[in-house]
Design a protein around this ligand. Structure first.
Ligand code: CAA
Length: 384
């Protein structure tokens, strides 16, 4: 076992860190206040290869290994979870899923523009009445000759309004349950799906969250991803990638909480000494450091399995569960350390806390991760 990063991994982490510090962090508060989608940042990330990190070079990506992918995601998450969410959906839920399940023609058609940031992708699984129980999708796909007609609603779709490509899951035959689900790639220029932005969010205010409105959308069969009936497996394998990315982003949030707290607690004086000299403050910082290190190592373990092409659903769920809960605790401690200042956006820690909250909900709630992990441990299915 070797915990050292390779020179290439150090280099890509430095590139992402420098970019995050220079281009992402400075405007994060203003984008959060104004709910401004970070389109200009994405434009700058594309030429650096940051929009297609783990995608092979032949399809327009950077060919990064999964540890490098996590390092980049952590650095972006350290600066702004809204940007990180946009990227997680683009790369992990959309690009990697097309890479895994697409035909050669689909990979050649869709991956280069996604990696160049010319097209933003979204992932349409969740519906107004279907969240955790993704097997029960109501969006329907009916075959009509060489086409399919899709009808339904998707909600809480990150990147939905700004997307040019939607990976959407629909039920082709309700009598088959999850084995009737199919996945489709909707090209907005041609399939003309509509979206409606969702506002008033607690956090991730500068990321886009939308409803997708699928009113009899006609999709050619050539836009089907995988076989009819593979849709649920495609969605689950996509979430193995997505949850990894969320976990890495959460490590970034936790690290940002440490950085802000150490800076504040070593400079701010109370009772005649720096805050960090008080034992209860020191304890909070120590807790944050230990949990962040543990979360990072869990992410790297899942990444190592991904690099080796080995099953990693269990390890990814463990990393996602632990890292997202640890990030929330770190953000809570960071606010506590900052006192009243932590309650205002003069300091970034209140945004870290608000942004961290959704990590425990999307891409499978903490409770869903626990059900997956316990099923691996006991062999007993407490899900269905
Ligand atoms: N990879 C590939 N296939 C998988 C898989 C995986 N990781 N996990 C399960 N499958 C397969 C199983 O092998 C099984 O196949 P067969 O039918 O051939 O045997 C099939 O899928 C059904 O699997 P399960 O029996 O495990 O299904 P389940 O109903 O017991 O549990 C669940 C499923 C884990 C609860 C799942 O529904 C789940 O993860 N729910 C949460 C949904 C979720 O995360 N939503 C997030 C929305 S996306 C989002 O948030 C995006 C955004 O914009 C930010």
């Amino acid at each position: 076992m070797d915990f050292d990063l390779t020179p290439e991994q150090e280099e890509i982490r430095k590139l992402a860190r420098d970019f995050a510090d220079k281009e992402i962090a400075p405007g994060a508060r203003e984008r959060d206040r104004t709910e401004t989608f970070p389109a200009d940042i994405l434009k700058k990330m594309a030429p650096l290869g940051l929009l297609g990190g783990p995608i092979p070079e032949e399809y327009g990506g950077h060919g990064l290994d999964y540890i490098s992918h996590a390092l980049v995601t952590e650095e972006i998450g350290r600066a702004d979870s809204s940007v990180r969410t946009t990227l997680s959906v683009q790369i992990s839920l959309v690009e990697l899923t097309i890479l895994k399940w697409g035909t050669e023609a689909q990979k050649k058609q869709y991956l280069p523009p996604l990696c160049r940031g010319q097209v933003i992708g979204c992932f349409g699984l969740t519906e107004p009445e279907v969240g955790s129980d993704a097997t029960k999708l109501r969006t329907s796909a009916k075959r009509e000759g060489t086409h399919w007609i899709l009808r339904g609603r998707k909600t809480w779709i990150s990147n939905g309004s700004v997307s040019g490509l939607a990976l959407v899951f629909a039920q082709t035959d309700p009598s088959k349950g999850h084995k009737g689900i199919a996945a489709f790639l909707l090209d907005r220029d041609k399939q003309k799906y509509e979206s409606q932005g969702l506002h008033g969010k607690l956090g991730l205010r500068s990321s886009d969250s939308s409803e997708l409105i699928l009113d009899d959308i006609r999709v050619p069969d050539a836009n089907r991803l995988g076989e009819v009936g593979d849709g649920f497996k495609i969605a689950m394998s996509a979430l193995d990638s997505g949850r990894y990315s969320v976990a890495a982003g959460a490590v970034g949030v936790a690290q940002a909480c440490i950085d802000a707290s150490v800076a504040y607690a070593t400079q701010r004086q109370t009772f005649g000494k720096p805050l960090a000299g008080h034992q209860l403050v020191a304890e909070m910082i120590a807790d944050m450091v230990v949990e962040t290190d543990a979360a990072r190592l869990l992410v790297w373990r899942a990444g190592d399995l991904k690099n080796k092409g080995r099953p990693n659903t269990r390890e990814t769920s463990i990393a996602k569960l632990y890292a997202t809960e640890a990030a929330q605790r770190a953000a809570d401690n960071a606010i506590q350390i900052h006192g009243g200042y932590g309650f205002s956006d003069e300091f970034p820690v209140e945004r870290y806390w608000r942004d961290a909250r959704v990590n425990r909900l999307y891409e499978g709630t903490t409770q869903i991760q626990k059900l997956i992990i316990s099923r691996f441990a006991t062999g007993i299915d407490a899900i269905s």
